[in-house]
Design a binder for this molecule. Structure first.
Ligand code: PGA
Length: 249
């Protein structure tokens, strides 16, 4: 049995004060959801104050990105050890990082290696563009991203399949479509890590997940939770998705 993960990627939203407000509304709503791992990924300045609020709760904390180097002259970056001080997870290779900040499978690979070396659990994002989807290249694109991104890493990670055309658009994939691609990803993981490990790795779906469509994803055989953007910015929106995951267990 894979414990589902519902992770909120707040992206560049919420000041520390707003983050505190959201978390204080959220904690009572998710406190009894023991069958689901909930993870919050606020912007970097909120990591420390939110870590303090999450102490003694089952809600986990993660960062949205980090550099692979341990320290040095990398203006604006976060080192793995800095993330590890507060968080357990780190989102890596999000399509927005790939599109706007030049991240490649190669840099994502270095980041995964660094995250694992520092005891962090990476949430590795893969997904195809609309053009690639229309050209029926989805399986090929995500398999390529997994093989290149995961070269030499261990199986201690989480994958998030996020079709780029579904992110922030309100246009979610169907549960069945997402499940088909996630099965392809699991088959590639089996090539890399062996069948047993591949069956243990959590693979999330991301892209316009909300309370009203979450169950459609979580009822699928291979979807083990969600990486949530927009709907995670409101306590009731995120809690509804976590509740849907809890109900499927
Ligand atoms: P969305 O974003 O839920 O707003 O579509 C998902 C993501 O980018 O992780």
């Amino acid at each position: 049995m894979r414990t589902p993960i519902v992770a909120g990627n707040w992206k560049m939203n919420k000041t520390v004060e707003e983050a505190r407000e959201l978390v204080s509304e959220l904690l009572p709503l998710v406190k009894d959801m023991q069958a689901v791992t909930t993870v919050l990924c606020p912007p970097a300045p909120a990591l420390l104050p939110i870590a303090a609020m999450l102490e003694g709760t089952d809600v986990e904390l993660g960062a949205q990105n980090m550099h692979w180097e341990a320290n040095g002259a990398y203006t604006g970056e976060l080192a793995p050890a800095m993330v590890k001080e507060f968080g357990k997870y780190v989102i890596l290779g999000h399509s927005e990082r790939r599109a706007y900040f030049g991240e490649t499978d190669e840099s994502v690979n270095k980041k995964i290696l660094a995250a694992q070396a520092n005891g962090l659990i990476p949430i590795v994002c893969v997904g195809e563009s609309l053009e690639e989807n229309k050209a029926s290249q989805t399986a090929e694109i995500v398999s390529g991203q997994i093989k290149a991104g995961l070269a030499g890493v261990s199986a201690d990670l989480v994958i998030a399949y996020e079709p780029i055309w579904a992110i922030g658009t309100g246009l979610a994939a169907t549960g069945e479509m997402a499940n088909d691609t996630i099965k392809v990803i699991r088959a590639v993981l089996a090539e890399l890590f062996g069948e047993e490990k591949a069956q243990e790795i959590r693979i999330l779906y991301g892209g316009s997940v909300k309370g009203s469509n979450a169950a459609e994803f979580f009822s699928q055989s291979d979807i083990d939770g969600a990486l949530v953007g927009g709907a995670a910015l409101q306590a009731d929106g995120f809690a509804a998705i976590a509740a849907a995951a809890q109900n499927e267990v």
